[in-house]
Design a protein around this ligand. Structure first.
Ligand SMILES: *Cc1c(COP(=O)(O)O)cnc(C)c1O
Length: 390
C-alpha cells in the first residue's frame, strides 16, 4: 500500500477491480458476496444496467454546469423526492456530512429569520453519527471523532436516547432543533422506537424546535420505506440523505418543509458540484428503480426473510450471537465474540460485511438481492459460528 494515500483509514489488503450485481471481484481472482455495499451506498448493487446507462448517457451529453443556471435533472429529482415525502423543497450536495451541514445551517437560519438568532443549539444523542466535518463531529460527539480537532464547534448538546427528563433539561432559550437517526447504524444498529420518535415530535412542537432526521444511512428504501421515519408516522421538518441516493455516485440531499427552509434565500448556501447534471442522472436513475412497482415491498419481504434466518441462527448459536436488530436490509448482529473476528471470518468465506459500534456486525446488502444471496450469507455465517463457537 502506497504512503502517497493519507493513512486515515486502516485498510484491508484487497483491491477490487469489478462488480456485478451483489458480487465483487478482486485483482487476485477472488469473488465476494457484497453485504457491505460501500456502506449502504450501492442500493442497486454493482453495475446496475439502468444506472450505468443513465450515467453514460448524461456524461456524454452534459456533465456539469453550475447552480447559476437551471438544471433540469435537479428540478426533476427534487420534484420526485417532494412528491414522495413530507418535504416541499430539496438542496443537493455531495455527501451525508454536507447534507447535515445544510440541515444545521437551515435550523439556525430558521430561528434567525423568526427574529430569534439566539436559538442556534442542536440537541443530538449519545451513540449517534452525523459525519466528519467540523460541525458534524461536534454533533456526533465523543473522543473517537473529536480527539485533536479542538476547539469543538459550539452548539451541540447530547442526551441519552429515550431519557425524556434529560431532554427537557437540555432544552433552553438557545435550543434550535433536535437531530436524530431513525436507526443509529454506526452506533450498533440501535432502533429508535416509534414512541420515542413521536415524543420527540411533540417536544419539538411544544418548544418551537425543528426536528431533523438524519436518513443518510436509513433512507432510499433501506428499511422498506423510502424514508425510515415513515414507519413512526412522524412528520419531520428536515431530513438529510446521502449514501444510497446516488447508488454509488456521490450525492447528498437536504429535504425540508417550506417553513423550515424559509431562511434559505438566494446567497445563503451553496455547493459547486451539488446537484450537477451527472449526479442528478444517477439520482433519478436510482429513484426510477426504488420507486418502481413492488420494489420496496420486496425489500421488506427479503429483509424479513434474512432477519428470520438470522434469528434462527442466533438461537442455535447463542454462544457466538447475542441478538439480531434492525429493519429491512439494515441489520445488525450483536456478537458475543469480538465483532472484528466475525467480520474477518466472513470475509475469509467470501462475504463482505461491515462492523458497527456496540460489538455489532452489520448486514447492508444491495436492496435488490434475491433468496439465493440470503442462503449464501447464512451458510457462510453458519460456518463462522461453528468456527468461532469452539
Ligand atoms: C455515513 C453517515 C453520515 C456521513 O456521510 P458522508 O457521506 O460520509 O459524509 C452521516 N450520517 C449518517 C447517519 C451516516 O450513516
Amino acid at each position: 500500500m502506497t504512503a502517497s494515500v493519507m493513512p486515515t483509514y486502516g485498510r484491508i489488503d484487497i483491491a477490487f477491480e469489478r462488480g456485478e450485481g451483489a458480487y465483487l471481484y478482486d485483482t487476485e481472482g477472488g469473488k465476494y458476496l457484497d453485504f457491505a455495499t460501500g456502506l449502504a451506498v450501492l442500493c442497486l448493487g454493482h453495475s446496475h444496467p439502468h444506472l450505468v446507462a443513465e450515467i453514460q448517457r448524461q456524461a456524454a451529453t452534459l456533465m456539469h454546469t453550475s447552480n447559476l443556471y437551471r438544471i433540469q435533472g435537479q428540478e426533476r429529482l427534487a420534484d420526485r423526492l417532494v412528491a414522495n415525502s413530507f418535504a416541499d423543497t430539496v438542496f443537493f450536495c455531495n455527501s451525508g456530512a454536507e447534507a447535515n451541514e445544510c440541515a444545521i445551517k437551515m435550523a439556525r437560519r430558521y430561528h434567525h429569520t423568526n427574529g430569534n438568532p439566539e436559538r442556534f443549539r442542536v440537541i443530538t444523542f449519545d451513540n449517534c453519527f452525523h459525519g466528519r466535518t467540523l460541525a458534524t463531529i461536534a454533533a456526533t460527539g465523543g473522543e473517537k471523532v473529536l480527539d485533536g480537532f479542538g476547539p469543538k464547534v459550539d452548539g451541540f448538546d447530547h442526551v441519552a436516547v429515550g431519557d425524556m427528563d434529560a431532554l427537557q433539561a437540555a432544552i433552553g432559550p438557545h435550543t434550535a432543533a433536535i437531530m436524530i437517526e431513525p436507526i443509529q447504524a454506526e452506533g450498533g444498529v440501535m432502533m429508535i422506537e416509534d414512541a420515542v420518535m413521536q415524543q420527540l415530535r411533540q417536544v419539538c412542537d411544544d418548544n418551537g424546535l425543528l426536528l431533523i432526521i438524519d436518513e443518510v444511512q436509513t433512507g432510499m428504501g433501506r428499511t422498506g420505506r423510502l424514508l425510515a421515519h415513515e414507519w413512526s408516522g412522524v412528520t419531520p421538518d428536515i431530513v438529510t440523505l446521502g449514501k444510497g441516493i446516488g447508488g454509488g455516485f456521490p450525492v447528498g440531499a437536504c429535504m425540508a418543509t417550506s417553513d423550515a427552509a424559509k431562511g434559505m434565500v438566494p446567497g445563503t448556501h451553496g455547493s459547486t458540484y451539488g446537484g450537477n447534471p451527472l449526479a442528478m442522472a444517477a439520482g433519478n436513475a436510482v429513484l426510477d428503480v426504488v420507486l418502481g412497482d413492488g420494489f420496496m415491498a420486496e425489500v421488506e419481504r427479503i429483509g424479513d426473510l434474512l432477519r428470520s434466518r438470522l434469528e434462527d441462527l442466533c438461537r442455535r448459536n447463542d454462544s457466538v450471537i447475542e441478538d439480531v436488530r434492525g429493519k429491512g436490509l439494515l441489520l445488525g448482529i450483536k456478537c458475543r465474540v469480538p465483532n472484528m473476528d466475525m467480520v474477518t471470518a466472513m470475509r475469509g468465506r467470501g462475504v463482505l460485511v461491515p462492523p458497527a459500534g456496540d460489538n455489532v456486525m452489520r448486514m447492508l446488502p444491495p436492496l435488490n438481492i434475491e433468496e439465493n444471496h440470503v442462503d449464501e450469507a447464512i451458510s457462510a455465517l453458519e460456518d463462522v459460528c461453528r468456527e468461532l463457537g469452539q
